[in-house]
Ligand binder design. Sequence first.
Ligand SMILES: CC(C)(COP(=O)(O)OP(=O)(O)OC[C@H]1O[C@@H](n2cnc3c(N)ncnc32)[C@H](O)[C@@H]1OP(=O)(O)O)[C@@H](O)C(=O)NCCC(=O)NCCS
Length: 181
Amino acid sequence: MTAVPLPVVTERLLLRAWAPGDVDDIHAYRSLDDVTRYLMFDPQPRERIAELVTERAGRTRVEADGDVVHLAVEHEGRVVGDLTLKWSSLENAQAEIGWIFHPDVQGLGFARESAAALVDVAFDLLGAHRVWAQLDPRNHRSARLAAALGMRQEAHLREESWFRGEWGDLAIWALLAHERP
Ligand SMILES: CC(C)(COP(=O)(O)OP(=O)(O)OC[C@H]1O[C@@H](n2cnc3c(N)ncnc32)[C@H](O)[C@@H]1OP(=O)(O)O)[C@@H](O)C(=O)NCCC(=O)NCCS
Protein backbone atom coordinates (compact mmCIF):
# COMPACT_ATOMS: atom_id res chain seq x y z
CA MET A 1 0.00 0.00 0.00
CA THR A 2 1.26 3.46 -0.85
CA ALA A 3 -0.23 6.74 0.27
CA VAL A 4 0.39 9.89 -1.72
CA PRO A 5 2.19 12.24 0.67
CA LEU A 6 0.02 15.36 0.88
CA PRO A 7 -0.23 18.19 0.41
CA VAL A 8 1.82 18.54 -2.75
CA VAL A 9 2.84 22.18 -2.98
CA THR A 10 3.74 23.81 -6.29
CA GLU A 11 4.65 27.40 -7.10
CA ARG A 12 1.03 28.61 -7.16
CA LEU A 13 -1.06 25.63 -6.07
CA LEU A 14 -1.79 23.13 -3.33
CA LEU A 15 -2.80 19.54 -4.18
CA ARG A 16 -4.66 17.88 -1.32
CA ALA A 17 -7.42 15.37 -0.54
CA TRP A 18 -11.04 16.33 -1.27
CA ALA A 19 -12.66 17.73 1.88
CA PRO A 20 -16.30 18.20 3.04
CA GLY A 21 -16.10 21.99 2.61
CA ASP A 22 -15.25 21.69 -1.11
CA VAL A 23 -18.78 21.05 -2.42
CA ASP A 24 -19.51 24.61 -3.61
CA ASP A 25 -16.14 25.13 -5.27
CA ILE A 26 -16.22 21.79 -7.09
CA HIS A 27 -19.87 22.23 -8.09
CA ALA A 28 -18.99 25.63 -9.60
CA TYR A 29 -17.09 23.95 -12.46
CA ARG A 30 -18.41 20.37 -12.62
CA SER A 31 -21.92 21.74 -13.20
CA LEU A 32 -20.92 23.52 -16.44
CA ASP A 33 -21.65 22.21 -19.97
CA ASP A 34 -18.35 23.62 -21.21
CA VAL A 35 -16.44 21.59 -18.64
CA THR A 36 -18.20 18.23 -19.17
CA ARG A 37 -18.45 18.46 -22.99
CA TYR A 38 -15.79 15.76 -23.52
CA LEU A 39 -16.24 13.93 -20.21
CA MET A 40 -18.09 10.67 -19.60
CA PHE A 41 -20.62 12.42 -17.33
CA ASP A 42 -23.10 15.26 -17.73
CA PRO A 43 -23.00 18.45 -15.65
CA GLN A 44 -23.31 17.36 -12.03
CA PRO A 45 -25.91 18.82 -9.66
CA ARG A 46 -24.91 19.94 -6.19
CA GLU A 47 -26.34 16.79 -4.53
CA ARG A 48 -24.14 14.59 -6.76
CA ILE A 49 -21.07 16.66 -5.91
CA ALA A 50 -21.90 16.31 -2.21
CA GLU A 51 -22.02 12.49 -2.67
CA LEU A 52 -18.73 12.51 -4.57
CA VAL A 53 -17.05 14.62 -1.91
CA THR A 54 -18.16 12.14 0.76
CA GLU A 55 -16.95 9.17 -1.32
CA ARG A 56 -13.66 10.74 -2.34
CA ALA A 57 -12.57 12.58 0.80
CA GLY A 58 -9.38 10.94 1.99
CA ARG A 59 -9.00 8.72 -1.10
CA THR A 60 -5.27 9.17 -1.41
CA ARG A 61 -3.99 5.59 -1.17
CA VAL A 62 -3.11 3.00 -3.75
CA GLU A 63 -3.72 -0.55 -2.54
CA ALA A 64 -5.14 -2.51 -5.45
CA ASP A 65 -5.71 -2.36 -9.19
CA GLY A 66 -8.31 0.25 -9.99
CA ASP A 67 -7.68 2.37 -6.89
CA VAL A 68 -8.03 6.06 -7.65
CA VAL A 69 -6.31 8.91 -5.85
CA HIS A 70 -8.57 11.97 -5.92
CA LEU A 71 -6.95 15.36 -5.42
CA ALA A 72 -8.40 18.84 -5.16
CA VAL A 73 -6.28 21.62 -6.64
CA GLU A 74 -6.45 24.72 -4.49
CA HIS A 75 -5.45 28.25 -5.45
CA GLU A 76 -5.59 30.99 -2.83
CA GLY A 77 -8.01 28.99 -0.68
CA ARG A 78 -10.41 28.01 -3.49
CA VAL A 79 -10.63 24.63 -5.24
CA VAL A 80 -10.19 25.44 -8.94
CA GLY A 81 -9.87 21.94 -10.33
CA ASP A 82 -9.37 18.29 -9.56
CA LEU A 83 -6.95 15.59 -10.61
CA THR A 84 -7.17 11.81 -10.52
CA LEU A 85 -4.49 9.19 -10.58
CA LYS A 86 -5.89 5.72 -11.21
CA TRP A 87 -3.68 2.72 -10.69
CA SER A 88 -4.76 0.74 -13.75
CA SER A 89 -2.27 -2.07 -13.01
CA LEU A 90 -0.12 -2.31 -9.89
CA GLU A 91 1.82 -5.28 -11.23
CA ASN A 92 2.69 -3.39 -14.37
CA ALA A 93 3.11 0.00 -12.66
CA GLN A 94 0.61 1.71 -14.95
CA ALA A 95 -1.10 4.89 -13.74
CA GLU A 96 -3.81 6.83 -15.55
CA ILE A 97 -4.06 10.57 -14.92
CA GLY A 98 -7.13 12.78 -15.38
CA TRP A 99 -7.78 16.54 -15.08
CA ILE A 100 -10.74 18.92 -14.78
CA PHE A 101 -10.42 22.68 -14.20
CA HIS A 102 -12.72 25.67 -13.79
CA PRO A 103 -12.93 27.75 -16.99
CA ASP A 104 -11.97 30.81 -14.89
CA VAL A 105 -8.47 29.43 -14.51
CA GLN A 106 -7.99 27.67 -17.84
CA GLY A 107 -5.16 29.16 -19.87
CA LEU A 108 -3.13 30.10 -16.79
CA GLY A 109 -1.04 26.95 -16.73
CA PHE A 110 -2.63 25.66 -13.51
CA ALA A 111 -3.55 22.32 -15.06
CA ARG A 112 -0.02 21.91 -16.37
CA GLU A 113 1.63 22.93 -13.09
CA SER A 114 -0.48 20.60 -10.93
CA ALA A 115 -0.54 17.65 -13.37
CA ALA A 116 3.25 17.86 -13.76
CA ALA A 117 3.58 17.63 -9.97
CA LEU A 118 1.26 14.60 -9.90
CA VAL A 119 3.20 12.93 -12.71
CA ASP A 120 6.36 13.42 -10.62
CA VAL A 121 4.60 11.82 -7.63
CA ALA A 122 3.50 8.89 -9.79
CA PHE A 123 7.01 8.20 -11.06
CA ASP A 124 9.18 9.22 -8.13
CA LEU A 125 7.11 8.22 -5.10
CA LEU A 126 4.70 5.57 -6.35
CA GLY A 127 7.07 3.87 -8.77
CA ALA A 128 5.00 4.15 -11.93
CA HIS A 129 6.60 2.88 -15.12
CA ARG A 130 4.04 4.46 -17.47
CA VAL A 131 1.65 7.35 -16.87
CA TRP A 132 -1.11 7.62 -19.45
CA ALA A 133 -4.21 9.61 -20.29
CA GLN A 134 -7.24 8.92 -22.43
CA LEU A 135 -9.08 11.76 -24.08
CA ASP A 136 -11.50 12.71 -26.79
CA PRO A 137 -9.29 13.72 -29.74
CA ARG A 138 -11.53 16.77 -30.25
CA ASN A 139 -10.48 17.99 -26.79
CA HIS A 140 -7.54 20.04 -28.04
CA ARG A 141 -6.79 21.72 -24.69
CA SER A 142 -6.48 18.31 -23.07
CA ALA A 143 -4.21 17.06 -25.88
CA ARG A 144 -2.04 20.19 -25.55
CA LEU A 145 -1.76 19.54 -21.84
CA ALA A 146 -0.74 15.90 -22.40
CA ALA A 147 1.90 17.05 -24.89
CA ALA A 148 3.14 19.74 -22.47
CA LEU A 149 3.68 17.00 -19.86
CA GLY A 150 5.95 15.18 -22.29
CA MET A 151 3.41 12.54 -23.29
CA ARG A 152 3.26 11.08 -26.80
CA GLN A 153 0.06 10.14 -28.54
CA GLU A 154 0.18 6.35 -28.69
CA ALA A 155 -3.14 5.59 -30.28
CA HIS A 156 -6.19 7.04 -31.93
CA LEU A 157 -9.01 4.53 -31.59
CA ARG A 158 -11.80 5.16 -34.06
CA GLU A 159 -15.43 4.96 -32.99
CA GLU A 160 -14.42 3.26 -29.78
CA SER A 161 -17.57 4.11 -27.84
CA TRP A 162 -21.13 5.36 -28.24
CA PHE A 163 -20.94 8.85 -26.81
CA ARG A 164 -23.86 11.29 -26.59
CA GLY A 165 -25.75 9.96 -29.58
CA GLU A 166 -22.83 9.22 -31.91
CA TRP A 167 -19.75 7.03 -32.24
CA GLY A 168 -16.80 8.70 -30.57
CA ASP A 169 -13.04 8.35 -31.05
CA LEU A 170 -10.54 7.97 -28.22
CA ALA A 171 -6.91 9.10 -28.04
CA ILE A 172 -4.35 7.49 -25.74
CA TRP A 173 -1.34 9.55 -24.63
CA ALA A 174 1.48 8.28 -22.43
CA LEU A 175 4.86 8.99 -20.89
CA LEU A 176 7.32 6.25 -19.88
CA ALA A 177 9.58 6.63 -16.85
CA HIS A 178 12.70 6.52 -19.02
CA GLU A 179 11.31 9.06 -21.49
CA ARG A 180 10.68 11.83 -18.98
CA PRO A 181 11.62 15.29 -20.22
C1 LIG B 1 -8.11 20.08 -20.29
C2 LIG B 1 -7.88 21.24 -19.35
C3 LIG B 1 -7.56 20.70 -17.96
C4 LIG B 1 -6.70 22.07 -19.88
O1 LIG B 1 -6.57 23.24 -19.07
P1 LIG B 1 -5.65 24.45 -19.54
O2 LIG B 1 -5.81 25.53 -18.57
O3 LIG B 1 -5.91 24.73 -20.98
O4 LIG B 1 -4.20 23.78 -19.47
P2 LIG B 1 -2.80 24.35 -19.04
O5 LIG B 1 -2.66 24.47 -17.59
O6 LIG B 1 -1.80 23.46 -19.71
O7 LIG B 1 -2.76 25.80 -19.64
C5 LIG B 1 -2.10 25.98 -20.81
C6 LIG B 1 -2.31 27.38 -21.32
O8 LIG B 1 -1.98 28.34 -20.32
C7 LIG B 1 -0.99 29.25 -20.83
N1 LIG B 1 -0.18 29.68 -19.69
C8 LIG B 1 -0.29 30.88 -19.11
N2 LIG B 1 0.54 30.97 -18.09
C9 LIG B 1 1.21 29.79 -18.01
C10 LIG B 1 2.19 29.25 -17.14
N3 LIG B 1 2.70 29.98 -16.13
N4 LIG B 1 2.61 27.98 -17.33
C11 LIG B 1 2.12 27.23 -18.33
N5 LIG B 1 1.17 27.69 -19.19
C12 LIG B 1 0.73 28.95 -19.03
C13 LIG B 1 -0.25 28.44 -21.87
O9 LIG B 1 0.39 29.28 -22.78
C14 LIG B 1 -1.38 27.64 -22.49
O10 LIG B 1 -2.09 28.44 -23.40
P3 LIG B 1 -2.74 27.83 -24.73
O11 LIG B 1 -3.78 26.83 -24.29
O12 LIG B 1 -3.34 29.00 -25.43
O13 LIG B 1 -1.61 27.17 -25.47
C15 LIG B 1 -9.12 22.17 -19.29
O14 LIG B 1 -9.39 22.64 -20.58
C16 LIG B 1 -10.37 21.51 -18.72
O15 LIG B 1 -10.51 21.38 -17.52
N6 LIG B 1 -11.30 21.12 -19.59
C17 LIG B 1 -12.60 20.61 -19.15
C18 LIG B 1 -12.49 19.22 -18.56
C19 LIG B 1 -11.83 18.26 -19.52
O16 LIG B 1 -12.17 18.19 -20.69
N7 LIG B 1 -10.87 17.48 -18.98
C20 LIG B 1 -10.10 16.56 -19.78
C21 LIG B 1 -10.75 15.25 -19.95
S1 LIG B 1 -9.68 14.14 -20.86
